[in-house]
Design a binder for this molecule. Sequence first.
Ligand code: GDG
Length: 482
Amino acid sequence: MSAGKLITVSFRLPFRFSVVRSRLVTSPSVGGLATALRSYFDNGAKNEFSSIHWIGVCDLSRKVFEKICGDENIKKDGITMHPVFQSRQMKEKFYDGFCNSVLWPLFLYFPSFAVYKKEFFEEYVTANKLMLEKILEVYEPGDTVWVHDYHWMLLPSLLREKFPDARIGFFLHIPFPSFELYRFLPKSWRTQIILGLMGADVIGFQTDEFVRHFVESVHRTLPPVVQNKSAFKINDRSTLVQSFSISIDYEKFNRACKSSEIKKNAKRIREKLKATKLILSVDRLDYTKAIYNRLEGFEMFLAQNPQYKEKVSYILLLVPTRESILKYKENKANVESLISRINGTYGTLGWAPIVYQHQSVDFKKLVALYSSADVALIVPSRDGMNLVAKEYISCRSNSDGVLILSETAGAASELLDAIIVNSNDRQEIADTLVKALNMSREDQKRRIEKMQEHIRQNDVLGWANDFLNSFDKIIEQVETEA
Ligand code: GDG
């Protein structure tokens, strides 16, 4: 790897900022990208680079931030954070607009939710250029710039124009859709996005399927381009396109769930809920996580299996997300009204079938929840990977428990011993819950141990190292060709 700095670029910084009694307070950002990268930085990264930097959008306005911190950057856990400030207009048109009302629904196969407004794309260009300016303040030749996710797909080429020899990587955390969906984007936008990405030395996707989709989209969007195995050659530069399945810090979760404090808390959760069996889901409250379908499946399970009355509780932890967007507000209202209908119809005075929490919990509580649950029900309609599935498996210290996972989560291509279901098939979800609750201890153990071994061997450190080492593959390829 390189001896220079590592500059990570993502929408969010790894810590959220707030002001309490005129002092800056930080708390870890929740979400797959932040969790995974923080784990990597806690482990290997600091030995490989001279220092670690992270550029992202600040939760506070420039005025508030500067009043509290002056012009200092914030350093926490060895990461120097460089906040970027966006105007309200940028938040509306770039983040809520192009990112989360065009790219997100389209890339996650909800094309009818996408709103194709010209001013959204224009603001996307402006926001990527603003981010470039911040990178230029931090970047020095020899540094590696690692750009993350769909917010910054124009950045690799913008940076390449300024520094033709820079080491630039890009990783997409969400699916790359099939060309039939990608082509919903107006021609000029879809061309600019692919050319924007091609400025990177390495473009990483979660699965081989997303690589195939991207490769097809390149060929059908750009004029004929040279492809040599997994690399494209444009203007005498090569870009490697490859899958790198993101993962978690297996040891951290596995160690935590074995501690006496967590074991005690997990026991307490079970005693409090009184049910003999616990089902758990942990998701951002996003329509792509298909929580409504899942609840309908659970309702069917209750209706068809009255013997589970007062014996099963479903803990539904839904973390607030993107609450200013109409589709998210509607989804939340629908989900909450279904929860109350199910609890009203099937609950008794001392028992609610669904225990719903709409807030995030800290790491220890999260691990206690994973440890307490007999079944994890993780059934998104689409997901780049889904780290919650891997975290649940890693927290099963007795090698028991059952993971129900949808076939359209990236994790399904790795966690082959989960019970795989279709998120739209409510009856299948209901039947699978019965199967999971009755699975023999031996079958649970066999499946959990195989999946634990897989995650242990393919953890977040491996993911990041594979990605960052792949720059050398490009160099080798160029040297071989010369
Ligand atoms: C995106 C892609 C891809 C959740 N609630 C709490 C909490 N979390 C943490 C989990 C997990 C993360 O957030 C969620 O990650 P996911 O992968 O499940 O989902 P997204 O947020 O949609 O992530 C996804 C991921 O990026 C990584 O590439 O897998 O497909 O959509 O780590 O533990 N953490 C804490 N309290 C909570 O209440 N502490």
